[in-house]
Design a binder for this molecule. Structure first.
Ligand code: PLP
Length: 399
């Protein structure tokens, strides 16, 4: 029996049974649909990409996995070298793990231990955003602010180690004024808060955050598990404002295999670099640096560069803006568009009940959540396919 994610098993609808997938298309026995979700925002090159599939096949013919404890190999060395040169600033030190949640855990552990290693034991607090989502493991649930997880704080009582603030500069300044001596990090999903409801906010907030973090010696963590690899219309938001620790996941492997990376800058790395073994980072997921994952991630980055994905994303944004121009409905609170993300926020979530099967009949796979009807399409989508996705969203309100 499969226990499905985020579902009340007693009342859930039967999931669509996928028998094949190619490009933006998912196939069932007798139907096909465009995946407007990119399998939780990861399948940026579409399904069954010949280059990516070949990369996995070739590596599997050598070895699929060896552990990184005491061993190393070419795919992980090449990927870390590639990330080192590809990522901005001195974000050069790559710690791999098997999922985004774990990579965020590693980032939070790094930030806390960075100060413990310096003997600053009072810096135990995390500053985070309201409506943040950072994963489903315990510390990431605490750093996040997803209502579905509030039972945890209720069960344990208030957690004094995480402070949540809205994405407004005065709230940010106030938090630093009150807490700066006890903060070890500020963690954000930069510019676009995904699972918290596709909330978009201004770059000036991040610029101010960088200045305050510098002033008070607080580490800035960007969780770009969702926003990385072009989703916001920027390659990485880290290209605009440089964090101390960057977390990547989801699209890292083009959606082929679960893998993630926590990338630290020189300052953070140096905080662990010592003769004292107690100052080492004590973490090591079994499948970190998996050879299949690293091989496919390398090829994914190559495709991203060689095929000018940033241009593709700009075109997706332009077509989306054109198609949504002037569209409105009394049930809609706001339409938000940023890069390869389009979201129609409705006033009442019940408005979206039944949308999934409506979209299915029109050949689109969609999975609305909260008040959000959204599209995060694979970047290889054609204009015609993209228009189909957006037309389907609009048609729901015209019934
Ligand atoms: C999806 C997501 C995660 C968690 O990644 P998993 O691979 O599902 O563990 C963390 N942070 C953000 C911003 C995400 O969107």
């Amino acid at each position: 029996m499969i226990w499905y994610p985020y579902q009340q098993m007693k009342t859930m609808n039967e999931p669509y049974h996928i028998t094949d997938a190619r490009g933006v298309w998912l196939y069932t026995q007798d139907h096909r649909m465009i995946d407007s979700v990119s399998s939780w925002w990861s399948v940026i090159h579409g399904y069954r990409h010949p280059v990516l599939t070949a990369a996995i096949r070739e590596q599997a013919d050598r070895f699929s996995h060896v552990m990184l404890g005491g061993l190393t190999h070419e795919p992980v060395q090449k990927l870390s070298a590639r990330l080192e040169s590809w990522l901005p600033g001195d974000l050069d030190y790559c710690f791999f793990s098997d999922s985004g949640s774990v990579a965020v855990e590693v980032a939070l552990k790094m930030a806390l231990q960075y100060y413990v290693n310096r003997g600053e034991m009072r810096r135990t607090k995390i500053l985070s955003l309201t409506h943040a989502y950072h994963g489903d493991t315990f510390k990431t649930m605490e750093a996040g602010d997803d209502e579905d997880y509030h039972f945890i704080l209720e069960a344990y009582g208030e957690n004094p180690h995480v402070i949540h603030i809205p994405t407004r500069i005065p709230a940010l300044e106030e938090a630093f004024r009150l807490w700066h001596e006890q903060l070890n990090c500020l963690i954000v999903e930069p510019l676009l808060q995904g699972a918290g409801g596709m909330r978009m906010y201004d770059l000036s907030f991040l610029q101010r955050a960088r200045k305050l973090c510098d002033k008070y010696g607080v580490l800035l963590i960007f969780d770009e598990v969702a926003t990385g690899f072009g989703r916001t219309g920027n390659r990485f938001v880290a290209d605009l404002v440089l964090p101390d620790i960057l977390v990547l996941g989801k699209a890292l492997t083009g959606g082929y295999i679960g893998h993630a990376v926590t990338v630290a800058n020189r300052k953070v790395y140096d905080g662990f670099y010592d003769d004292d073994p107690r100052k080492a980072l004590m973490h090591g997921p079994t499948f970190m640096g998996n050879a299949l994952a690293c091989s496919v991630a390398l090829k994914s980055i190559e495709l991203f560069e060689q095929n000018h994905y940033m241009e593709k994303i700009r075109r997706i944004e332009a077509v989306t803006r054109r198609e949504m121009e002037g569209f409105s409905d009394p049930r809609i609170r706001e339409i938000r568009i940023m890069g390869g993300c389009a979201c129609i926020e409705v006033r009442d979530p019940s408005v979206l009940e039944g949308y999934q099967s409506f979209a299915y009949r029109r050949g689109v796979f969609s999975r609305p959540f909260l008040n959000c009807l959204y599209a995060m399409v694979p970047y290889i989508i054609t204009e015609e396919e993209l228009v189909t996705v957006l037309e389907t969203m609009k048609a729901w309100f015209r019934r």
